[in-house]
Design a protein around this ligand. Structure first.
Ligand SMILES: [Zn+2]
Length: 239
């Protein structure tokens, strides 16, 4: 089965059914996504960032007031504006393709044709089902086909896709596909090791659970290459 198809359907009472036929209650706390693309409307960018912030500010004020909070309080009165700015300019800024990192490719002058691993990239994202944080580490690898990118770009690609409402499976696939696109190779691997606050701070309140997702493309589908990558990820660094 192709990786993509795993995300499109879900097993409910042993029967595989399309997500589109499921109600929100049936989906419940199952963190399943509908496709590798973040679901966006066609009119997503008709409003400017400033217009979005004005709207979100007023809606968030309404949420707080509905909860019974007194927004005349000095500590609370700036919160709707702060949340609106944080949503648009920071934690959901990766929804806007204009914020996608520009990646320059360099010639691989050293003829380095082995695996390059960038591990322990810290990221902060948010679960699209509960809008609470998902955070953890990303470990990436690729084998150059003649081109290389700056190491900081690997980090920036992770941060860009993290700054969206996410599900971890999609996050993993979006990073992998972007790496394959920019590096012009199938030979990429991605592991995401994350903690979901919707699991630890609410719901089942499991404080120890970690969620691991992975993607292996091209040569990483071979056992020996995959094992080499995993050894580097597990390697303890001494600095
Ligand atoms: Zn969640």
């Amino acid at each position: 089965m192709k990786q993509k198809e795993i995300l499109l359907n879900s097993l409910v009472n042993g029967k595989r059914i399309a997500l589109s036929d499921m109600t929100a209650e049936e989906i419940g706390d199952n963190h399943i996504s509908t496709s590798i693309e973040t679901p966006m409307r066609k009119d997503a960018f008709l409003l400017s960032d400033a217009e979005k912030m004005t709207k979100i500010e007023s809606h968030f004020r309404e949420i707080m007031e509905t909860l019974g909070l007194d927004l005349r309080d000095d500590s609370l009165k700036g919160t709707p504006e702060r949340v609106a700015k944080m949503y648009v300019k920071e934690i959901f800024s990766g929804l806007d393709p204009a914020n996608k990192p520009k990646v320059a490719l360099f010639e691989n002058r050293y003829q380095y044709d082995q695996m390059l691993v960038e591990k322990d990239i810290t990221f902060y994202s948010n679960c699209e089902h509960h809008f609470v944080p998902i955070f953890g580490k990303a470990h990436l690898a690729y084998i150059s086909n003649g081109k290389v990118i700056g190491l900081s770009k690997l980090n920036r690609i992770v941060q860009y896709f993290a700054k969206r409402p996410q599900v971890q499976e999609r996050f993993t696939m979006q990073i992998a596909r972007e790496l394959q696109d920019v590096l012009k190779t199938e030979d990429v691997a991605v592991i995401i090791d994350a903690k979901h606050l919707c699991v630890s701070s609410r719901g089942v309140q499991d404080n120890n659970a970690a969620t691991i997702t992975s993607f292996y493309g091209g040569k990483f589908l071979e056992e020996s290459t995959r094992q080499e990558f995993l050894r580097y990820v597990e390697m303890k660094t001494s600095y």
